[in-house]
Design a protein around this ligand. Structure first.
Ligand code: IMP
Length: 215
């Protein structure tokens, strides 16, 4: 059995991804997905690129070079139509962004130095900025895999709307205010299997799985 390390400290991401692999009839015999705790690594991973692809590569490369292991990383952004697809790559730091971020899309050096805000602070800014605006949005995930010294990318996205208020308490991040198209529930009202079946990360992982199946 081959171990693939997931370059994240986010336990929700790890749980979602392990759930998908665990249910696969063949790959669950061939691959074990481990988090960074299995490497006893608890430091922050730098995430300073200006695209999801760049950040996914940076995170995967960092762990690959430090531990010489096969690994993959996911980077996700929430792209809101009325905000010119922002916060995008700055989704985790949205509440720290400068006041004119929605207009310029630019972070400031200070905003990048600050510790990440809480999920609630990010949601509060989003709801405030979207008052009386169209609510269409999408999540986009990019996975970077480093396997046998080769680098591969996989992507997934899901369209939906930003709700006016929070619903549900499962999941993480912006889940309580994101309602996928065709559903009457937010992501935070779906269990992990239901979310994985339609989510950005679920689709990106399915693309990764199709690739691994062919090898
Ligand atoms: P990152 O990929 O860890 O950099 O995530 C960027 C931001 O998007 C963080 O604030 C996350 O909480 C949020 N995020 C990432 N994936 C999801 C998701 O599946 N649902 C809701 N929010 C997410």
């Amino acid at each position: 059995m081959k171990t693939l390390y997931l370059a994240t400290h986010n336990r929700h991401k790890k749980e979602e991804i392990q759930n998908i692999f665990g249910q696969h009839p063949i790959l669950n015999q061939a691959f074990r997905i481990e988090g960074l705790d299995a490497l006893d690594f608890h430091e922050e991973i730098p995430e300073t690129a200006d695209s999801l692809e760049g950040n996914a590569l940076q995170k995967a490369q960092y762990i690959h070079q430090k531990f010489n292991v096969d690994c993959f990383a996911d980077d996700t952004g929430l792209e809101v139509s009325a905000l010119d697809n922002r916060p995008g790559v700055f989704s985790a730091r949205y509440a720290n962004m400068p006041d004119n971020f929605e207009e310029t899309g630019l972070a400031s050096p200070e905003s990048l130095q600050m510790p990440d805000p809480t999920f609630d602070q990010n949601i509060d800014r989003l709801l405030f900025k979207l008052q009386n605006k169209p609510r269409q949005a999408r999540f986009r995930s990019v996975i970077c895999l480093i396997l046998n010294e080769e680098t591969y990318y996989f992507e997934g996205s899901v369209n939906g709307i930003i709700l006016n208020e929070r619903h549900g308490n499962q999941g993480f991040g912006y889940d309580p205010v994101f309602q996928p198209n065709g559903f009457e529930k937010s992501f935070a009202e779906l269990n992990v299997e239901e979310k994985n079946a339609i989510s950005h990360r679920g689709k990106a992982i399915q693309a990764l799985i199709s690739f691994l199946e062919k090898r």
